[in-house]
Design a protein around this ligand. Structure first.
Ligand code: SAH
Length: 221
């Protein structure tokens, strides 16, 4: 991958990317910093070359192993929710997948910890993040439903696969004032929830209906 590949041409060009940003604005994404980061990250390097011409469509794309790279709208929405009450210092991401959401977060938070249960996906994500010089990211191959207690508490946690119920470990690893953005529910339709930890306990806000792959137990090689 060269500098030219990162910039993109034709269907991966800056003009194509600008159209995606316009669309995200129309869909209600307001955080200009988040939009700028999405405009600048080459999403086409996170999918197979055969799919790169679709990388700037506002759609989820397959990344192998039965997993998908989330739709740009949902990446933007979750990131915006995470950052809505100010910058985050230590953030945990569950479900690295292609590493695209990881790359977006890496530019917006101080330190990022990301967990993936499928080793080959993690390996590819790690290479892409290195190419983009994201030096503030630590990777772990594990079942992220347990969080990453050694590095907690976190002032932000973002989960990109859906559990049937919110894992207590994740709530425990949230600091006071911390925000957890997570799709919740069984089947193939869930609700995106924003959970905030306060000195009095936790509060939950249901944001909108979403569609994610399930959060599965155990790690696989
Ligand atoms: N954010 C990713 C989306 C990947 S799809 C991207 O932008 O590409 C969800 C990912 O969550 C998949 O890679 C899946 O393997 C992973 N996943 C599912 N259950 C998990 C678990 N318990 N721990 C860690 N990762 C998990």
């Amino acid at each position: 991958m060269t500098g030219k590949d990162l910039r993109g041409i034709g269907m991966t060009s800056q003009r194509t990317r600008d159209r995606l940003i316009q669309r995200l604005r129309e869909e209600g994404i307001e955080n200009a910093t988040v939009l700028d980061v999405i405009r600048n990250i080459p999403r086409h390097i996170f999918v197979d070359e055969a799919l790169s011409h679709r990388a700037y469509e506002d759609t989820a794309l397959p990344i192998g192993h039965g997993q998908t790279l989330s739709q740009p709208y949902i990446v933007a929405r979750m990131t915006e929710l995470l950052l809505a009450e100010g910058p985050r210092k230590r953030v945990l991401e569950i479900g690295t997948g292609s590493g695209y959401q990881t790359a977006v977060l890496a530019q917006l938070v101080e330190q990022l910890f990301t967990v993936e249960r499928i080793r080959p996906l993690q390996d590819k994500a790690r290479q892409r993040l290195r190419l983009l010089k994201a030096n503030n990211v630590q990777f772990k191959h594990a079942d992220g439903g347990m969080g990453w207690p050694e590095h907690g508490p976190f002032d932000g946690i973002l989960v990109t696969a859906a559990p049937e119920a919110v894992p207590v470990e994740l709530i425990e690893q949230l600091s006071i004032g911390g925000r957890l953005v997570i799709p919740v529910g069984g089947g193939n339709r869930q609700q995106l929830e924003l959970i905030t930890k306060t000195p009095e306990g936790i509060s939950t806000e249901v944001i909108e209906d979403v569609r994610f792959v399930p959060l599965l137990a155990g790690a696989i090689r």
